[in-house]
Design a protein around this ligand. Structure first.
Ligand SMILES: Cc1cc2nc3c(=O)[nH]c(=O)nc-3n(C[C@H](O)[C@H](O)[C@H](O)COP(=O)(O)OP(=O)(O)OC[C@H]3O[C@@H](n4cnc5c(N)ncnc54)[C@H](O)[C@@H]3O)c2cc1C
Length: 459
């Protein structure tokens, strides 16, 4: 069996390694840098930046220890250099894994000639296979207006190699996950930050309490947030300007740099999927096994538009390859958590309270303020809460964790939902003390009104 994977991002290289584990002959074609968006201009660079931002913030707030008595100086170029070192180390790791799994790596751009054949643009070679897995990812979207098309107006792709300095003003158009993470970084290194968001609140798809509380925290840290703000015009040369209306009142924001973070779009034009008979809309649509309308051509990751998350791309890649080798296997929908790496982080899985209320569902909610957890207090991370949503019989349906290390805690609740656990069925799980994650125990017990570290609701 020969499998060709097109795109060497997290979806593509995961699928390639999985296929190699089935002893297939595997070819992985990547036109740019191995690791794709996630490694080179997405998850990893942002988290490297945010890690360093947290160090700066920790220094800034450590005066109480008498250790530091001035605002920390930092070198933004050093932050970029460290990010580069992290990225290149991880990229080398992927290349080594491909080599160890005997995956043939081709650096080129692929396009379909027909259902069974690809053309490699630079080499001019044709390549055929039994199965193709499209993993060509996505690129930043730009607003449909003249100024927004200028390369002088950045997208997230442009943020990782050019330093912005303390005191410079950054205007972020879009208060979704990427906009909020970039705002968190830029405010920590001392930039003045404005977020312009068209919806009623930043992070509109996240639990309302978490997004509102995060907005309040960001505002206290001098981030300006304009919501219900519709961008009318972008002046794409210095001094950069964003002109928007909020409740019919015009606002003019002058900035040193404008960054658009207004969503992403699937990448497949150069791949020419129509030559293979693969149907497309704005994305490449797939079934539950990630097959396109052409059964031996699969599409995983951002390009199918289902999730736009790195771990979803990797998980879909594994499901697709499993399906190639075991087509009769029962397919279970993937349960995919999402995380905003704000400070504190927001991690969500399954049903959230905002949606449950909007849909008039019958549900119960347990809520625990992390300020009552010993380890949160020890680490000076008292802000935030954990919500656990259940049905009437206490079966866990969802959770929002707004807390330090939320991303590390959410898999516990993901597993609980996947295995149909109730609050009572998990009572035997004893969490070590003192830990951040033991806050989950109180949040879950609060569904029954029995949290130990919360004041009783009814006497
Ligand atoms: C700033 C930012 C932060 C993010 N942070 C997170 C996060 O913290 N957590 C998270 O889960 N997700 C995050 N994401 C989203 C995540 O990066 C994507 O969901 C993920 O990269 C999708 O993986 P993929 O394999 O589908 O595509 P990609 O990673 O985009 O890879 C696709 C690859 O295909 C190649 N390619 C395209 N066309 C061809 C062709 N014709 N021939 C050969 N090669 C081709 C491209 O060069 C690219 O390398 C972030 C995204 C951004 C922009």
């Amino acid at each position: 069996m020969k499998i060709v994977v097109i795109g060497g991002g997290i979806g593509g290289y995961t699928a390639a390694i999985k296929a190699a584990q089935y002893k297939a002959e595997v070819v992985l074609i990547e036109k740019g840098k191995l690791g794709g968006t996630c490694l080179n201009r997405g998850c990893i660079p942002t988290k490297a930046f945010l890690h360093d931002a947290h160090i700066i913030d920790s220094v800034r707030t450590s005066k109480a220890l008498g250790i530091f008595d001035s605002v920390p100086n930092h070198n933004v170029q050093a932050i970029i250099d460290r990010k580069d070192a992290v990225v290149s180390r991880l990229r080398d790791g992927i290349a080594s894994l491909c080599k160890a799994n005997k995956i043939e790596l081709i650096e080129d751009e692929a396009s379909f000639i027909d259902q069974n054949t690809l053309l490699l643009k630079n080499r001019g070679d044709k390549i055929s296979a039994d199965v193709f897995i499209i993993a060509t990812g996505s690129m930043p979207h730009r607003l449909p207006m003249e100024g927004a098309q200028s390369e002088e107006v950045w997208t997230s792709d442009d943020c990782f190699d050019t330093p912005l300095l303390a005191g410079q003003h950054v205007c972020l158009i879009g208060g979704g996950v990427i906009g909020v993470e970039l705002a968190t970084f830029y405010k920590s290194i001392g930039c003045n930050v404005t977020i312009v968001e068209a919806q009623k609140r930043i992070l509109p798809s996240i639990d309302k309490d978490a997004s509102n509380q995060l907005a309040t925290m960001l505002k206290k840290q001098s981030v300006t947030i304009l919501t219900n703000a519709f961008v009318k015009e972008i002046i794409a040369k210095s001094p950069f300007q964003v002109i928007c209306t909020v409740n019919d009142i015009e606002h003019k924001i002058t900035a040193d740099r404008i960054i658009q973070s207004v969503g992403r779009k699937a990448v497949f034009d150069e791949l020419k999927p129509a030559n293979a008979g693969v149907k497309t809309t704005k994305v490449i649509s797939v079934n539950e096994a990630y097959q396109t309308n052409i059964p031996h051509i699969y599409a995983i990751g951002d390009v199918n538009g289902q999730s736009w998350l790195a771990h979803a791309a990797a998980a879909q890649g594994k499901v697709a390859v499993d399906h190639v080798f075991n087509p009769g296997r029962t397919l279970h929908p993937l349960l995919i958590p999402s995380v905003v790496y704000s400070d504190p982080q927001i991690a969500s899985i399954g049903l959230d309270e905002t949606i449950a209320k909007e849909q008039n569902m019958e549900f119960k909610v347990g809520k625990f303020l992390v300020s009552a957890n010993g380890k949160h207090v020890v680490e000076g991370k008292e802000r935030g809460f954990i919500k656990v949503i259940t049905d009437k019989e206490n079966k866990i349906l969802g959770s929002t964790i707004f807390s330090h290390l939320a991303s590390e805690m959410i898999p516990y609740l993901t597993q609980a939902i996947l295995t149909n656990q109730t609050i009572e069925s998990l009572e035997g799980v004893v969490f070590p003390h003192p830990t951040i994650i033991e806050s989950l125990e109180d949040a879950m017990a609060d569904v029954l009104g029995l949290a130990i570290h919360s004041f009783p609701k009814v006497r």
